[in-house]
Design a protein around this ligand. Structure first.
Ligand code: ARG
Ligand code: GLU
Length: 691
């Protein structure tokens, strides 16, 4: 038995933690190949020849996309293209509800403001950044030199503005890399499934498995006649990429090697127990509670009224997304005992550091800095979540910025219910009052609350008197200079001013100062951790730069007695289908395709079940920003699009657990099935390279 158990644990190769830099992937290649990878480091990243990196883009400011045709066709998630799909939607053309399928190039829709960025090259510039810093002990002076070095490196690399260049710090400034991007701004919407497919499961299924979301949308990159980036012009032509992904239609098997290549946003794997403590015991419980209050009020109003449901759908989704994530994160951190682990690691580190002057006092200094930082971070979180949760402050913020163009206001009032906002503001202001240290509460606010008698009475008074509560009272003021002068004394403007003044003068500067100080200390602590554990392969925290994460297609046991099989199918969609439940009401067309089993070439037999695969789980280390990232097989062919993690995985931003951390991808075969059978846009598939 013992022998067997030993063998088993060796054979059961563990899922992989880590988000690796593409240009340094050579160091991982041996491990990757031992796990089934069939390509070389040069295939992943090369500056001499076309490589997979040339088919990947940073989509907008927080998602990933991949090129899948020689004519610049691009895939990303539905939730990444959501803003663009919404912008083109109106009552006559409701693309959010009905989907959008451009049937020719002429029908593809331009998206002002949207950019996609290709990484041209990356380069270690640690030495160049360090120039002139040796012997400079003063932190502000050191920072100033770094800043100047950064500017000159970026300027040179931008090649007279042809590229966008940025120097990013890795390992808390122990290493610096230059990233040079080519940025395209003519990116057109080509196709999107109806939301009942692209958002199937909505917030109910968000962060969960089993999952059945067809979370994809299709764009096309356009360039000028020389294949260079250009502002939108009808004369632009489809971009001819150096590389596009071939698509595997063979599907996934459990234990297949897989990797994700994309732009993960933020992780903090090397922080001290102080930050974990703050997340677990301060930030998460308070932020979750505040958002629960908001969601309860919104949901109750949505149940009363169909128009409100639609009006608040998108707001609800964004409030609920982080809300749900934080809850999963908290449970995960508790389950893993991350706080205790960090503390015991720190005591070992401290023993090791005792004889090393460079590191001996680094942990006590970090603990001290965090103690100073905590009240500011906590107040800042309350300003963002409580004060920032009062919607009325949005039009007021425009007004205060002297933005009197009606556009922003109209967009705001289109989806605004003052009754909901008033009820929410009462809850949030009462919480603010109860939990924020008096020294961070604006004096004018205190005076007003005392005058009114309670935070509730204050909010009522505010909503009774402010002209910003409705379009009718607000919009006419914008074009009337006398009314504008009067509005400057509106109670909502006064509230905004009072909060923002204290926030900007007292909280933010100190928060920033302490945050920078902590970053400076991490610079040393990070180096210390690397010396303390010389055998460990450290990967840099995510910072929205291009990374490779690898693992395999696999299910897991997220809780005792629960098994997550690694894939879902169209039959599972039909099980969930319910016209009465908004999140599960699929298009009739999909019901019909199911009824006649009209799956075309996308149907597969799984045992005795004839179905279409929909989503799958894999053990790739991912985070926010990896949405839309290509999930690839051992030959670098596209298997699916990453779009989520399971709920039990979300603590991986602080600690990754290979046994239960799983990313969720939509199977490329479901994407193609929807394009082909629902969209009738087979010509798009003809552009792609299917394997
Ligand atoms: N949880 C995924 C992510 O963090 C998807 C979010 C969009 N979907 C939603 N139902 N809100 O971004
Ligand atoms: N949905 C996330 C995104 O928009 C990815 C999920 C995650 O955080 O892993 O990037």
């Amino acid at each position: 038995m013992l022998v067997l158990a030993g063998l088993f644990s060796v054979a059961m190769c563990r899922a992989d933690e880590g988000m690796w830099l593409p240009s340094l992937i050579g160091k991982q290649i041996k491990d990757m190949r031992s796990k089934g990878f069939r390509l070389t480091a040069e295939d992943i990243y090369s500056i001499n020849k076309a490589s997979l990196k040339d088919a990947i883009v940073l989509f907008g400011r927080g998602c990933t996309g991949e090129v899948v045709s020689p004519e610049g066709l691009l895939l990303t998630n539905h939730h990444c293209g959501y803003g663009q799909i919404q912008q083109h939607s109106s009552l006559e053309h409701d693309y959010l509800t009905d989907g959008f399928w451009a049937m020719s190039r002429e029908e593809e829709l331009p998206n002002p403001g949207l950019t996609v960025s290709f990484l041209v090259r990356m380069e270690d510039v640690t030495d160049r950044m360090a120039a002139g810093t040796t012997g400079v002990a003063e932190e502000t002076e050191r920072r100033a030199i770094l800043e100047a070095n950064r500017k000159s490196i970026e300027k040179e690399a931008s090649d007279e503005g042809r590229y966008s260049a940025s120097v990013e710090s890795l390992y808390y400034g122990n290493q610096y890399f230059l990233f040079v991007y080519e940025v395209f701004s003519d990116v057109r919407l080509v196709a999107a499934p109806p939301s009942s497919i692209g958002k199937f499961g909505g917030d109910t299924d968000n962060w969960m498995w089993p999952r059945h979301t067809g979370d994809f949308s299709v764009f096309r990159i356009y360039a000028d006649k020389n294949n260079r980036p250009a502002a939108y012009s009808p004369d632009n032509v489809p971009y001819r990429p150096k590389k596009h992904f071939a698509i595997s239609t063979k599907g996934v098997q459990e234990n297949d090697f897989t990797f994700v290549y994309g732009f993960p946003g933020t992780t903090r794997e090397y922080v001290t127990s102080d930050f974990v403590d703050y997340t677990l015991n301060w930030a998460n419980p308070h932020k979750i509670r505040l958002r629960t209050m908001r969601l309860d009020i919104i949901k109750a109003a949505q149940e009363q009224d169909a128009a409100t449901r639609i009006m608040y759908a998108s707001k609800c989704a964004s409030i609920a997304n982080a809300w749900k994530k934080w809850q999963g994160e908290t449970l995960g951190l508790i389950r893993l005992g991350t706080l205790e682990k960090k503390r015991s690691y720190e005591s070992q580190f401290q023993q090791w550091a005792a004889g090393r002057p460079e590191y001996a006092d680094i942990l006590p200094r970090l603990h001290g800095a965090y103690a100073e930082w905590l009240p500011y971070a906590f107040a800042r979180d309350y300003y963002n979540e409580a004060f920032g949760g009062v919607e009325l402050m949005k039009p007021v913020a425009l007004f205060v910025k002297n933005d009197f163009s009606p556009v922003g206001y109209e967009t705001f009032y289109k989806d605004y219910a003052p009754g909901i906002d008033r009820a929410i503001a009462k809850k949030l202001m009462a919480e603010f009052w109860a939990h924020v240290d008096p020294k961070f509460v604006p004096g004018d606010f205190v005076a007003e609350v005392e005058r009114a008698g309670s935070t509730d009475a204050f909010v009522d008074d505010l909503f009774d008197r402010s002209i910003f509560v409705s379009a009718e009272s607000c919009l006419p003021m914008l074009s009337d200079s006398t009314a504008r002068t009067t509005a400057a004394d509106d109670p909502a403007v006064r509230m905004y001013d009072a909060f923002m003044k204290l926030y900007r003068s007292v909280i933010l500067p100190e928060y920033k100062r302490l945050d920078e100080m902590i970053a400076g200390l991490y610079h040393i602590y990070m180096r210390g951790q690397m010396e303390f554990e010389p055998g460990k392969a450290f990967y840099p925290d995510a910072n929205l730069t291009l990374r490779v994460a690898y693992g395999k297609v696999e299910g897991c046991v997220p809780a005792d007695g629960v098994y997550h099989r690694h894939y879902t199918t169209l039959d599972g969609i039909i099980e969930k289908d319910n016209p009465e439940i908004y999140d599960y009401d699929i298009p009739q067309q999909l019901r019909d395709l199911y009824a006649t089993k009209d799956y075309g070439r996308w149907g597969v037999w799984i045992g005795s079940l004839y179905t279409v695969p929909v989503a799958f789980l894999a053990s790739n280390h991912t985070t926010g920003g990896n949405s839309g990232s290509p999930v690839l097989n051992s030959k670098g062919e596209l298997l699916g699009l990453n779009f989520d993690r399971t709920w039990q995985s979300t603590m991986s931003d602080l600690e990754f657990d290979p046994t239960i951390c799983r990313n969720i991808a939509v199977d490329i075969r479901y994407v193609l099935f929807v394009i082909d059978k629902l969209g009738g846009a087979r010509y798009l598939i003809d552009e792609m390279t299917l394997k």
